[in-house]
Design a protein around this ligand. Sequence first.
Ligand SMILES: Nc1nc2c(ncn2[C@@H]2O[C@H](COP(=O)(O)O[C@H]3[C@@H](O)[C@H](n4cnc5c(=O)[nH]c(N)nc54)O[C@@H]3COP(=O)(O)O)[C@@H](O)[C@H]2O)c(=O)[nH]1
Length: 694
Amino acid sequence: MLKETLPILLLVDDKPENLESLEAVLDDGKRRFIRVASGQDALRILLNETIALVLMDVDMPELDGIEAVKLMRKNSRTRHIPVLLVTAHGEDEYASLDGLEAGAFDLMHKPIQPRILEAKVQQLLNQWALSESSKKEMHDLAQVNAFLGDILNTVNEGISVVAPDLSQIYVNPAGSRLQGLTQSEVKGKILHCWSDLQMDMLLGAYRSQHAIHSHAARIISAKEAALPVQLSCAPLPQQQGWVVAYQDITAALTLQEELAQLIVTDTLTGALNRNGFFQAVSTAVSRSLRHSQSLYLLYIDLDYFKDVNDTYGHATGDMLLQSFCERLRSQLRTHDALGRIGGDEFAILIEGALSETEISAIAEKLLRIQAQPYVIDGHSLLVSVSIGIANCPEDSTSAGEMLRAADMAMYQAKRNGRQSYRHYSAEMNAQVTARTMLRESLMYALEKEQFELVFQPQVSTLDGRIHGIEALLRWHHPTAGTVSPAVFIPVLEDSGLIVEVSLWILRTACAQRMAWADILDDSVTMAVNLSARQFSDELICKHIQDVISDTGIPARWLEVEVTESTVIEDIDKGRRILEDLHKLGIRTAMDDFGTGYSALAYLKQLPLDVLKIDRLFVANLANDTKDQAIARAIIGLAHELGMTLVAEGVETHEQYGLLSSMGCELIQGYLFSRPIPAIDFAKLALGQPLMNVR
Ligand SMILES: Nc1nc2c(ncn2[C@@H]2O[C@H](COP(=O)(O)O[C@H]3[C@@H](O)[C@H](n4cnc5c(=O)[nH]c(N)nc54)O[C@@H]3COP(=O)(O)O)[C@@H](O)[C@H]2O)c(=O)[nH]1
């Protein structure tokens, strides 16, 4: 036993020898002793120490033992401490009575019999030990109760204990708060916290003594009609009742609603997102079919939005989209749905019995209002839009079909020159289906080696020899035969496949030129066409550089052809790319000159080595003196600018003669050869010169 837990016996006697002998008799090593010489000292010790038993002499000066016991009994702290009085007054019964009346446990007469003393002391100490342990249990219990009380009082969850009739026996503060009543008002009240169905559930569970874990319910509160809660209840073991716990989930439900809202809303513009709009269209289509009332979907795409992002940055692009969306919204009725389907694609759903003419009027109005300049971040921006319109039930009978049909119509509007609208027609579907099939076939063409390069010579008017070659792509489709690049190059561009195919073209053409190193003059260039998409690829120079180092072709043998429209779309970027190619030592050629913009002014801004006069222009040359005058002027100007001239589509000696006399250096056309496979081209090269020049 620890020293601190040993019972303390307080020995009180004015004679030290008595104290000495008492301690000697009682000390069994399991007790502690405090000795004092007076009644006053005894009282002082009793107030400060936890004393198990007092052995006190009756006859002491000033405060005797009996008076000291009386005082002890008046104090709550000392009242219950047992006192054994010791007296030298022989068998004086009155003295004993005084002592017992004062509150002593017993009074013993001197000389004391040690065994009797020990027996009495032990009996009193046993009682003390019992009372100490029950005091400790009470204390522990009080602590547990206080702990549980704290939990019940501070927990945010409402807790009620309900009787079998659901009247509340107990409610914690949170529970009374959730019910909108005070704790005393709640007591005895029925806990109305379920719909009928849930009440049935609870009673069923009650009868079968099963717990119900965490499910959504509503409690009837004095303040709110039905407060949403998460509820659990379980039977109380060995008790007639249940403990019901309920937590307010209003905030969680609000958050859930906000999240659900977010799931269908585009955060940038506040319009419905693709998912939300699709749902709105689905519901409207069902309604339209049920009530035989037409429904229109307008698919709206911002033309050239990418340029805004590229030029002014994404923040400006975002602001433009927000303002754009606002303008659309300002034109709609409250029940028309507005959705953002993709980056710069929006859609409007218009319900109600409107005619095609009325919808066209709406589309025209949208075109008009969107044509007004936007002032964003100090920039005045002009946007144009393309709108496709589809109808339910004539064009489509499901949300997916409706969006697809409107998208196809929008695509047609774009192809027809933008800033316009188109209504969907069945032919569009056929065109798109054909295009989709074409795209799918093209995806396999590279893998199945259905592409081939053919080569057409560019012959010098000075010596009749080949000075250049143009590599042209052919697609040998297994069933459709050879398909013209004019048909499939736009599809390759649209689908993005052009990047991969163009790399293959570059690599194959360069490798072929290297293979002909022995049969061609060193000055012969290999020209490859760059598509618009390829030309806008920031990595174009890197790709070309890679091909040059992989194939080992001298850069001066490679020539890239770009069209006027490709370069003019972004003249600064075009110039930069052409300059970079020049730095690599690659020759640059302007293709189809004479058909497009033919803006002579930009010719001097661009680092070009070659100008190719388009074949349509050449075709009229022999019969049209004005064309001859223009051709002469172009050739003269190009020479002034240090460029070499190539005339395309030369089919007759007459055209050849005219161009040659005008000083055109190179001639390309059927007159010398159609574009031919590599094996045939090698034979052609071996038979040079292709023309005898006097
Ligand atoms: N980005 C790429 N575009 C390419 C590639 N290969 C071809 N094309 C482009 O497709 C368009 C059609 O090309 P194609 O059918 O090959 O026609 C070329 C010649 O066959 C044709 N030609 C040549 N000589 C004559 C002639 O005397 N008469 C006549 N009627 N046609 C002739 O001209 C086309 C040459 O085109 P280009 O010099 O490029 O303008 C066409 O726009 C090609 O550019 C490719 O690999 N990548």
